[in-house]
Design a protein around this ligand. Structure first.
Ligand SMILES: C[S@@+](CC[C@H](N)C(=O)[O-])C[C@H]1O[C@@H](n2cnc3c(N)ncnc32)[C@H](O)[C@@H]1O
Length: 230
């Protein structure tokens, strides 16, 4: 049950908000790096946000007038209800789909989006689905469009088991802003839901899909932001 996204949103979203407000996953630095990239693309842009959650972050990064069309998807209908409110100020066509991101990508029109964004969601998928993610991203992107991926990534050479031990140790020793019960909740979520890859593996999946010019935008411990271009 604890790896069910609907359960996660209802039961643990409050803890995630606390993680963000204390900058425990470096949202501040990552957001600043992504904002810098977005500033180079004034738009108006067609954007697809995969695993959008409540769309609070992308809502703060994008400027009014920068969005022509926003399509977001998430497995949690509760998250999408909040996203609808957070995206209201943009006053543009917002299409929110309660579906798996790979299914959404497969149904999306080819050569349509300027930007594919995904924040802290791709690590939930097995590696085959991550390859499908990049393959489909390339198909739905317009020429010169890009994928912006924010996610947890393993250190090069680090196995998943080591990652789980190291990350959970950091949660236990450094995430003092959370109560003991909240830290336990986070650690259980990590053990059940985190299947991160290394940056080089993600880069090779992107290159297999025909994406190029992979570049790192930011890295803070296991939290990274990358851009892959069509
Ligand atoms: C940690 S939240 C991140 C939300 C938002 N992108 C952000 O950066 O704040 C991860 C989100 O990914 C969603 N998710 C997980 N697996 C998914 C999948 N296969 N398809 C669509 N959404 C998924 C979860 O429901 C959850 O809302």
């Amino acid at each position: 049950m604890s790896n069910d996204p609907i359960y996660i949103f209802r039961k643990t979203w409050g803890t995630y908000q606390k993680v963000i407000s204390h900058n425990l996953m470096y949202h501040k630095e990552i957001t600043a790096a992504v904002r810098k990239l977005f500033q180079a693309h004034p738009g108006p842009l067609n954007i697809i946000d995969l695993g959008c959650g409540d769309a609070a972050h992308i809502g703060k990064i994008l400027k009014p007038g920068q969005v022509a069309e926003y399509c977001g998807c998430d497995l949690s209908p509760y998250a999408l209800d909040v996203a609808r409110n957070n995206l209201e100020p943009f006053g543009v066509r917002v299409n929110l789909l309660c579906k798996d991101m790979i299914a959404v990508l497969k149904e999306a029109p080819a050569n349509h989006f300027d930007l594919v964004y995904s924040g802290y969601a791709l690590h939930h998928l097995p590696v085959e689905a991550k390859q499908a993610f990049f393959t489909q991203c390339r198909r739905v992107l317009r020429e010169n469009g890009c994928v912006v991926l924010v996610d947890v990534m393993r250190v090069e050479g680090q196995e998943r088991q080591e990652y789980l031990v190291d990350y959970n140790e950091a949660v236990a020793n450094q995430w003092d802003a959370l109560s003991r019960a909240e830290r336990d909740e986070v650690q259980e979520h990590i053990r059940n839901c985190d299947f991160p890859e290394t940056p080089s593996l993600l880069q090779s999946l992107a290159e297999n899909a025909g994406l190029k010019n992979s570049r790192k935008l930011e890295k803070r411990t296991w939290h990274e932001a990358w851009c892959y271009q069509k």
